[in-house]
Design a protein around this ligand. Structure first.
Ligand code: NAP
Ligand code: ZN
Ligand code: ZN
Length: 351
């Protein structure tokens, strides 16, 4: 199937139109027309080769919502016309202990990422959701619950599940005290989801600028992380802190904020941090952890939860050709709180 997308051809190059083929349907494949795709900070990191493992050309995008146009003969759960979604994974081994318990994101053989990853059967590099169409095996396609606004649901597929999963892992519920570092795409979903689960939520931001937004999103308070006095006052007051900062940063100001047995879970920066001082970890039995996206079952659970509670991201809709400006704005944290690409702005259709 011929399709069109937007790709970067080198680390410093802007994204531009790119025509390519989607694979012919395998028996268990679902082909979908993409209606909307969210813009994750990972897309920016990967397009620019920040982590050193990008293969060019790269078609980013892993917050995908659309409609089924065709299914392979063995597909049982979907039919043409269904509203469906795809997140950060499109395949895994399906056999290891992690896959068998529904934690495909932790597959022992490694997941096949939605973009920039070799396909398990052909070795071809996967292309993501900044495109008109995508073909994905049934097991990695999710139903969008009835009533969830399709034009706003896409960011749930990465920002949503990446923050929902640690909230569930650390049993967040009524009475939990949750801090969220960085109020961006992931951060604002962490606030909405933690608040939806009944927790007391504080945003830890670099300034007061987002104070009113934090409240409107469901946070109980906003702490300015550079405000020493407020940070000291907040000592030992969190059970879980979700750290969404996308770059190298210093955890040391945040560790004393955890209560005994509290955990700071990193979901943002991939790579080095400033040197941690272990004193608050030892003396307070505090922990630092990490967490990648979430499994397919948990993603389905999150979508249902959002459907029931009508939890949706705050989106700024953009045209596909505005992606380079959107990347620049995202880098300056000038997005409240997720760009979503309207794929009808991208000309081109299946052959
Ligand atoms: P984003 O929308 O750009 O938000 C990041 C937020 O972090 C900003 O809004 C800002 O909040 C804060 N921030 C930005 N630069 C900072 C700096 N230099 N120092 C301190 N704080 C800073 O990004 P996102 O889409 O939420 O993604 C965040 C990170 O998560 C990215 O690195 C992305 O690759 C990663 N990610 C990981 C997973 C996973 O599986 N674990 C999944 C998706 C994304 P304030 O203005 O409030 O300070
Ligand atoms: Zn993402
Ligand atoms: Zn596996």
């Amino acid at each position: 199937m011929k399709t069109i997308g937007y790709a970067a051809s080198a680390a410093g190059a802007p994204l531009s139109p790119y025509a390519f083929e989607r694979r012919a349907l395998r028996p268990n494949d679902v082909a979908m027309e993409i209606l909307y795709c969210g813009v994750c900070h990972t897309d920016l990191h990967m397009a620019r080769n920040d982590w050193g493992w990008t293969t060019y050309p790269i078609v980013p995008g892993h917050e995908i919502v659309g409609r089924v146009i065709e299914v392979g003969p063995e597909v049982t759960r979907f039919k043409a016309g269904d509203a469906v979604a795809v997140g950060c994974m499109v395949d895994s081994c399906q056999r290891c202990d992690q896959c068998r318990k529904g934690e495909e994101q932790l597959c022992r053989e490694g997941i096949t990422q939605t973009y920039n990853c070799p396909d398990r059967m052909t070795g071809d590099i996967t292309y993501g959701g900044y495109s008109k169409h995508v073909v994905v095996r049934e097991e990695f396609v999710l139903s969008v619950p009835d009533g969830l606004d399709l034009s706003r649901a896409a960011p749930l597929l990465c920002a949503g599940i990446t923050t929902y999963s640690p909230l569930r892992t650390w049993n967040v519920g009524p009475g939990s005290r949750v801090g969220v570092i960085g109020l961006g795409g992931l951060g604002h979903m962490a606030v909405k989801l933690a608040s939806g689960l009944g927790a007391h939520v504080a945003v830890l931001s670099r300034s007061h600028d987002k104070q009113a937004d934090a409240r409107a999103l469901g946070a109980d308070e906003l702490l300015v992380s550079t405000h020493k006095e407020a940070m000291v006052k907040a000592g030992s007051s969190f059970d879980l802190i979700v750290d969404t900062v996308p770059v190298r940063h210093d955890l040391n100001p945040y560790l004393p904020l955890l209560d005994v047995d509290g955990t700071l879970v990193i979901v943002g920066q991939v790579g080095p941090l400033e040197e941690p001082i272990t004193t608050p970890l030892l003396l307070g039995r505090r922990r630092v952890a990490g967490s990648p996206i979430g499994g397919i079952a948990e993603t389905g659970e999150m979508l249902d939860f959002c459907g029931r509670k009508n939890i949706l991201p705050e989106c700024e809709m953009i045209r596909m050709d505005a992606i380079n400006e959107a990347f620049e704005r995202m880098e300056r944290s000038d997005v409240r709180y997720r760009f979503v690409i309207d794929m009808s702005s991208l000309p081109g259709r299946a052959a």
